[in-house]
Design a protein around this ligand. Structure first.
Ligand code: TMP
Ligand code: ZN
Length: 415
């Protein structure tokens, strides 16, 4: 189901050979364990009652003292992780605003009109770029989602990014290649960059959006850590990786989406466009050391205790608790806290595919969002806290009827 991954994906530390193929001077060095949740179910393994689930794998983070990359100690086989993929890009207002911000950046960069998205899901973002007259194409491994995209008129090649899919998509090179929250899932980064290279020309702009490790650490967002996220990126780590590649960093933009993300904009090392002058300062200011990870571990444990205590106290008073948003994050919370349906009676989610299934590793059912008004629980644990503002506004009626939202991150609040 999974295999060990003990060498640094970015700089090669902890392996016999560095990423560039040169023998490491210190082959006995190893990555440092910094966070451990033990055996956990796969965060998106939503199964119907009685259906066989994928199983459990260690959820342990290792830190690279050389380049500050953090990565999981194991890689779960992608065919197991993504064969029944239930994640659908959000249509929320927050997400639409984010797409608009990305489009503004591309305009500012004077990027050309041909755009490839890797991991294009159901084509939601590409439809938006299409409406701005861009010539778009997607690549996505989930057959069900690629079909939805193609039916909606978004040309989508079904498959993981490899030589075959790259060549099929790129009949001509693309001006822009975007991968949102994909790179942090990839096991072999050199292979990925090699295939991106096949789809680009000398002046292409390559944009990788990933959760920013610094934001995750500062805010104690431990629920970003699940098996799909094999790496937690820092600027220092991506710089180490790119040193031995044909790309260089061009500009980095921070976004609030998904609890704090960075858009890593890269260009070919032989591009005529000069890198952003602010880049060096951003790199110099980034300090992610073992001390930050220790503080994070303490904050995460505190957050788990706080949620468990809220649920325990509510149950003691005969109050009813539910979850709101069966995000991958919800699986991390529910299993880290050891909740059952006695604690959390149900979790609401708008994704039809998740409804009528169970929260992975538990007996908690996923139900439609209407359940909130029908059942009027006393407390709704907001597992989609990255959309909290929008969710609180959207659920004003339930709140007026007494439902309180527990927003666990960045600091627990009952609203
Ligand atoms: P994400 O944070 O990984 O995008 O997951 C958010 C999950 O929450 C996703 O399954 C959709 C769900 N959701 C709702 O059910 N209602 C909402 O109002 C929002 C914003 C998300
Ligand atoms: Zn490293």
């Amino acid at each position: 189901m999974y295999y060990d991954h003990l060498g640094c994906r970015a700089c090669g530390f902890g392996t016999q050979e560095t990423a560039s193929g040169i023998k490491s001077a210190t082959p006995s060095d190893h990555l440092v364990p910094v966070f451990d949740l033990g055996l956990q179910p796969l965060a998106n393994d939503f199964c119907a009652p009685g259906q066989e689930h994928a199983g459990y794998a260690p959820l342990k983070v290792l830190y690279c003292p050389r380049c500050s990359l953090a990565q999981l100690s194991v890689t779960v086989r992608p065919d197991i992780l993504y064969s029944r993929y239930s994640y659908v890009t959000s249509t929320s207002e927050t997400m639409m605003k984010h797409f608009a911000a990305l489009a503004d950046l591309l305009i500012e960069q004077k990027a050309g009109p041909r755009l490839l998205e890797i991991g294009s899901n159901d084509g939601r973002m590409l439809q938006y770029f299409q409406s701005l007259n861009m010539d778009v194409c997607g690549i996505d491994p989930a057959a069900n989602l690629a079909e939805i995209a193609n039916k909606a008129g978004v040309r989508t090649v079904c498959g993981l990014l490899n030589e075959e899919s790259a060549n099929e998509a790129a009949d001509r090179p693309f001006d822009v290649v975007i991968a949102r929250h994909v790179f942090c899932h990839v096991d072999d980064w050199r292979d990925f960059l090699r295939h991106v290279w096949l789809t680009t020309h000398n002046e292409s702009l390559v944009c990788l959006e990933v959760p920013y490790c610094k934001d995750m650490l500062d805010r104690g967002e431990f629920d970003t850590i699940y098996h799909e996220h094999t790496s937690y990126l820092t600027l220092k780590a991506i710089t180490a990786l790119l040193a031995n590649s044909p790309f260089r960093l061009h500009r980095v933009v921070r976004f609030p989406i998904h609890g704090g993300a960075i858009l890593l904009m890269m260009r070919s090392k032989s591009s005529r466009v000069s890198p952003d002058p602010g880049l060096a300062a951003m790199l110099a200011e980034e300090h992610i050391t073992l001390a930050e990870w220790q503080a994070f571990d303490a904050k995460a444990r505190q957050a788990m205790l706080a949620m468990k205590e809220t649920v325990r106290a509510a149950r003691e008073q005969g109050k009813r608790v539910c979850g709101f948003g069966a995000s991958a994050k919800s699986t991390v919370w529910v299993n880290a806290c050891g909740f059952t349906r006695k604690d959390v009676q149900f979790i609401t989610d708008t994704t039809r595919y998740k409804q009528w299934k169970l929260s992975p590793g538990t007996d908690i059912p996923i139900v439609d969002e209407g359940a909130l008004l029908r059942e009027l629980p006393d407390i709704a644990l907001c597992f989609a806290w990255n959309f909290a503002a929008e969710i609180l506004e959207k659920n004003a009626l339930a709140r007026s009827k007494g439902v309180k939202f527990y927003v666990p991150i960045p600091d627990p609040k009952l609203l």
